[in-house]
Write a protein of this length. Structure first.
Length: 224
């Protein structure tokens, strides 16, 4: 036994319950991708998951991701790294270079900065728009009512084509209404990707149409 032997069995449990939720809720097998959220976890704790074949990971801070992932990517070139935390405009250059998916496009100025950097680097991370489904003043994300206009601005002004939506429901509310709202918005905008659901509620998110669930503590344990 080493200190990180718990990760692979916990990963297997989460993968199994995702497959079971797909079956239970009539979703096609394999239609839900697991983003293993490895924020705050050291590379030694992430490596066993990679060695067990997992390839999709999420980080919430650009600087932390930069310190861990270039070396891991050298060993596992086919991994897919998602940014799931807020992106400051002064970190856009690093984020475009490092991430395969940026889930937190949440304001017009960021869309402009991303477009410039994508053109400069010739590297195009896939993009999701973060929606503030609870309209919480302290939380990032586009107000649900402004999603259609923001998507239009992304496409027509910035030449960006977001593939879907993500949300982080309020911590003190049942998440299902937020998942349903996000799914409805994505459907009416014709967007195929829905990132919603975390350790405590990913099964409900799968029931409501999640294509990506973001699971951290159920795989890697509690963060200190
Ligand atoms: C930390 C984090 C998660 C994972 O949360 P867990 O409850 O540990 O599964 C998912 N999404 C975002 C945006 C996060 O910051």
């Amino acid at each position: 036994m080493t200190a990180h032997d718990d990760v692979v069995p916990q990963l297997a449990i989460v993968r199994d319950s995702i497959r079971r939720a797909e079956q239970d809720f009539g979703r096609p097998a394999g239609s839900v991708a697991l983003v293993a959220v490895s924020k705050t976890m050291p590379a030694e704790r992430i490596r066993p998951a990679l060695e067990a074949g997992h390839r999709i990971f999420g980080e919430n801070r650009v600087q932390e991701a930069q310190s861990k992932w270039p070396a891991l990517r050298e060993a596992f070139p086919d991994l897919e790294l998602h940014l799931i935390g807020p992106l400051q405009t002064n970190k856009v250059k690093e984020a475009v270079a490092l991430f395969d998916v940026i889930q937190t496009l949440d304001r017009p100025s960021l869309a402009g900065a991303l477009r410039k950097e994508i053109e400069r680097q010739g590297r195009s991370p896939r993009l999701l728009v973060q929606v503030n489904t609870g309209a919480e003043p302290q939380k990032a994300g586009i107000d649900p009512r402004e999603v259609p206009a923001f998507l239009r601005e992304c496409r027509e002004v910035h030449g960006l084509a977001p593939e879907g939506l993500m949300c982080i429901p309020p911590i003190d509310a049942p998440p299902s209404a937020h998942f349903a709202l996000l799914a409805r918005l994505a459907r009416s905008e014709g967007l195929p990707v829905l990132s919603m659901g975390m350790s405590a509620d990913y099964e409900a998110a799968i029931q409501l149409g999640a294509t990506h669930v973001r699971v951290g503590s159920a795989i890697f344990g509690a963060r200190t």
